[in-house]
Structure formats: structure tokens, C-alpha cells
Design a binder for this molecule. Structure first.
Ligand SMILES: C[S@@+](CC[C@H](N)C(=O)[O-])C[C@H]1O[C@@H](n2cnc3c(N)ncnc32)[C@H](O)[C@@H]1O
Length: 276
């Protein structure tokens, strides 16, 4: 048998062990991407994927490392500035009509996007009445996000993004810095509840007016995208907003007509349902 076919069997056994032993189902992730991630994990630690299986079965602490390696926690503050500008100019004014606002960022990685959102909510006078939930499957990045500490080497890029996204003050108003790191101010960090939530298997998180889930669906196949988009549909109030990544789509639920377009270029949609 060809070596690549043997490798595919090993990957399938590894993912099955992950599901049976720990309840994490990566079976509906995009195949090429998950294969790359598992092979990356193996090449850093041993000769073959099969050698990872006993560790996964018997070493309790190994799970967090595996989940961390299989997820892709890349993020940036005010990533895609036109999207944040559009949220600020066309979505936040509509959220002002609600006395209490709930926002859910699903797949928050190390927190860069949710802190961007918090800064915008503060500048638009909405932070006081907003509760923000940021969730991810990867506990290691969730802990980092909770700390709100980011490397100084990214600061210049974030300052540029902040301005292009319509920032009204100075980005430096929102953090304290030393030589290597800057840390988001505590009063902003306190507004966010960071929590573990798995989009593959967990249910409705809470009733929300806005969901930001960018660059997450791209790692899922159509079946899983459909599940997740239906979960968002059930979590959003009628006419609530969903913002996806610019390389993502609603293709998986096109026939259901559960969302209508608010801004196609920025991938912002209205929910058409009522929370059931
Ligand atoms: C590329 S990052 C996106 C970060 C951020 N949304 C952005 O666009 O800058 C993808 C995130 O999705 C998370 N993720 C992957 N599978 C998930 C799942 N089943 N449930 C929740 N989060 C998941 C990963 O852990 C990772 O942090």
C-alpha cells in the first residue's frame, strides 16, 4: 500500500481516538486543512501519526496541546478595517435601539477581534449596556485572550487598522505598554466573558443581537457550516446581525433563506427568524 494511503488511515484512527476518548469531532472539518494540522503535530513530535494515539488515549494533559495544534488561532486587531468601519457606521447605530445588547464572538482565538469590538462599542457609547461573550474551542488561546496581552511588534499595524476602521481617539488610549508587550485596559477586559464553546457539538449560547464569527467556517465542510449557521440563526434575535469572514459564504444554507444581506462585501447579514 502507498505510504500516503497508510498516512490517511493513521489520521482517520487519530481523529477517531480524539472523538471516542475526548468527545471532540473533527470529522467535518475541511479534509486538506485538518490533514495538514495532524501531520504538523506528528512531525514536531515523532515519526508517525500512529505514535500520537497512545498519548491521546492515556495522557490527560495532552488533549489541550492537540486541540491547540488542530485549531488555527491567527488573528489581528481591526483585521479587514472596512468591515469594522461598516460595523461601526451601519450596525452599531441600529443596536442603539436596544436597551440591553448581547454580542457573541465565536472563534475568538487570542482575542484581537473582540477587543477591537469593545473599543468600538466604547467609542459609540454602547459599552455600558453591552454584554460580550467570546468563545473558542481552544482553552490555551482563551486564557491568553483573557489576559489581553499582545506583542509590541504588532502595534504599528493595529494602530493603522484602528484609524482605517474609523477609530475616533488614539489607539494608545486603550492599553499600557512596556518594551515587549501592551496590555488592554482592565475596564475593557472586564466587559468580556471568555468561555469554552464548541461549534461542532454545543448548543445555543444565549440570545444575541450581533454574532461575529470570522475565519472559522472556512475550516469546516458544508455539513458543519450548515449546522453552525443554523445555530447562529437560532441564537440571534429577529433582524440581529451576523458577520462572517470575507472569504466565507452562506452557501450551505442558501436554500433556507434564514439570512438576508446587510452588506455583501463585508459579509454582514440580517437574521430572518425569531429565537425558538
Ligand atoms: C483563524 S482563527 C479566527 C480568529 C478571529 N475570528 C479572526 O478572524 O481574527 C479560527 C479560530 O476558530 C477556532 N475554532 C476552530 N474550531 C472551532 C470550534 N469547533 N468551535 C469553536 N471555535 C473553533 C480556533 O480555535 C481558532 O481560534
Amino acid at each position: 500500500m502507498e505510504e500516503s494511503k497508510i498516512q490517511d488511515i493513521e489520521i482517520s484512527l487519530f481523529l477517531d481516538a480524539l472523538l471516542q476518548r475526548h468527545g471532540y469531532d473533527f470529522g467535518n472539518y475541511a479534509k486538506a486543512s485538518i490533514k495538514r494540522r495532524v501531520l504538523g503535530l506528528a512531525s514536531a513530535q515523532c515519526q508517525s501519526v500512529a505514535e500520537l494515539i497512545p498519548r491521546l488515549l492515556h495522557e490527560e494533559d495532552y488533549l489541550a496541546e492537540v486541540i491547540s495544534q488542530l485549531s488555527v488561532p491567527v488573528s489581528a486587531m481591526f483585521r479587514d478595517p472596512p468591515v469594522f468601519k461598516t460595523l461601526r457606521e451601519t450596525v452599531l447605530p441600529l443596536l442603539k435601539t436596544y436597551p440591553r445588547i448581547n454580542v457573541w464572538q465565536a472563534g475568538c482565538a487570542t482575542g484581537e477581534e473582540v477587543f477591537s469590538l469593545v473599543i468600538m462599542l466604547e467609542e459609540e457609547g454602547l459599552l455600558e449596556r453591552t454584554q460580550i461573550y467570546a468563545t473558542d474551542i481552544n482553552d490555551i488561546v482563551l486564557h491568553k485572550a483573557e489576559d489581553g496581552i499582545f506583542p509590541m511588534r504588532n502595534l504599528a499595524e493595529y494602530e493603522r487598522n484602528y484609524k482605517s476602521a474609523g477609530g475616533k481617539a488614539m489607539f494608545s488610549d486603550y492599553y499600557i505598554a512596556n518594551d515587549e508587550f501592551f496590555r488592554i485596559h482592565e475596564h475593557l477586559r472586564q466587559k468580556i466573558v471568555f468561555a469554552h464553546h464548541n461549534l461542532v457539538s454545543d448548543g445555543v449560547f444565549c440570545e444575541v443581537q450581533l454574532i461575529l464569527c470570522r475565519n472559522v467556517l472556512i475550516y469546516f465542510n458544508d455539513e458543519l457550516q450548515k449546522r453552525v449557521l443554523n445555530l447562529f440563526h437560532k441564537s440571534l434575535v429577529r433582524n440581529g446581525f451576523l458577520c462572517l469572514g470575507t472569504r466565507e459564504s452562506l452557501r450551505a444554507v442558501e436554500a433556507q433563506h434564514i439570512f438576508t444581506v446587510h452588506n455583501q462585501e463585508c459579509m454582514i447579514f440580517h437574521n430572518q427568524g425569531i429565537l425558538s
